[in-house]
Design a protein around this ligand. Structure first.
Ligand code: ASP
Length: 336
């Protein structure tokens, strides 16, 4: 009850948490059919016990169709809320498909020590055992908790709190989907108990050089953040997708390589061509965990940058921010 002094702003963007199926047993193939932020709030009247809540709808989309433009609207709404003296923290409801990318983007761009927690659901609002309402209540509890400050942006679903930097969606349908492979969770929830057990050691929010103003100006002028393509390597990879990315005008290419960001010898000339043309080439790994580091001397000589512990989709966001904000990508991948 002491936490009721906290005010938490809930910003809704869409996702399964507001999706509807034809029956209580439909767990896939559902869609957003008119539910929104008001329905989220009315499903969880006990939110009032966790915090004073204020809510707004930012978008109402499936997160598989997330865009740079929605990111700008969302980031500005979050920053405005965080800048208010009466607000303790922000909760964002979001589809789980690209939640890790939005969370990571916000983690690098927002300028505040106040907690920001993304949550959602794997089962639609109409499903048997829909977990969205409890996830929302838990996210508000976290955002209202003074111990959550200074930890950067967090993802909280299914009683697990993971830092935005390390979280990834690991399962297409299971409610236990968000994890930080090899990197672990930073907290957990049991009943009404929120327990923090760690934090990411990497700089975030107020500690980064990325500014929302620069990103907004870019998106206003160009309609989107810079084109950065992810190219997934495989047996018989002949570099045709790298060439396609180049032809499409990519300013960066994240190569999701085999093993330690390895590159098929038949695809290497296309990546050399990209680097020679001034395109940033990042070597990430398709393995789903671990750390991508230096490989063949030839790759380093070509200027390919290893992604470290960032997965391909997180590496892509970091490249976009570096390009817009004029930050050295090699330095950024070493630091963030
Ligand atoms: N398709 C959904 C989305 O990302 C998946 C989810 O929310 O769980 O919006």
């Amino acid at each position: 009850m002491a936490q009721c002094a906290s005010k938490v702003v809930i910003l809704a963007t869409g996702g399964t948490i507001v999706s509807s199926g034809a029956s209580a047993t439909q767990m896939t193939g559902y869609s957003i059919q008119g539910l929104g932020v008001d329905d989220l709030l009315s499903a969880v009247p006990m939110l009032a016990d966790a915090a004073r809540v204020e809510a707004a709808q930012v978008s109402n989309i499936d997160s598989s169709s997330m865009t740079s433009k929605v990111w700008m609207t969302l980031a500005r709404a979050v920053q405005d809320a965080l800048d208010r003296e009466d607000v303790s923290g922000v909760v964002i409801t979001h589809g789980t498909d690209t939640m890790e990318e939005t969370a990571w983007f916000l983690n690098l761009v927002l300028k505040s020590e106040k907690p920001v927690v993304l949550t959602g659901a794997m089962r639609p609002a109409t499903a048997l055992s829909a977990e969205g309402p409890l996830n929302l209540l838990n996210a508000v509890r976290i955002a209202a908790d003074p111990r959550a400050a200074g930890r950067g942006v967090m993802i909280a679903l299914n009683d697990v709190i993971v830092s935005a930097r390390d979280a990834t969606k690991t399962h297409p349908t299971n409610v236990a989907t968000f994890r930080g492979p090899d990197l672990g969770m930073i907290g957990m929830i049991a009943g009404t108990h929120v327990e923090f057990i760690g934090r990411s050691d990497k700089p975030h929010t107020v500690e980064t050089p990325f500014t929302l103003e620069a990103l907004e100006a870019h998106v206003k002028a160009h309609g989107a953040l810079p084109r950065v393509d992810i190219v997934y390597s495989h047996v018989d990879d002949d570099g045709v997708m790298v060439k396609a990315a180049l032809a499409a005008g990519a300013a960066g290419i994240v190569h999701a390589g085999t093993g330690n960001g390895s590159i098929h010898e038949a695809a290497l000339p296309a990546l050399h061509e990209a680097a020679a043309a001034g395109v940033l080439v990042i070597r990430a790994s398709r393995t789903g965990s671990g750390m991508t580091v230096e490989g063949l001397a030839e790759w380093q000589a070509a200027g390919f940058i290893p992604s470290g512990t960032l997965n391909p989709q997180k590496a892509r966001v970091l490249v976009q921010l570096c390009l817009v904000c004029g930050v050295d990508a090699k330095d950024a991948f070493a630091r963030f």
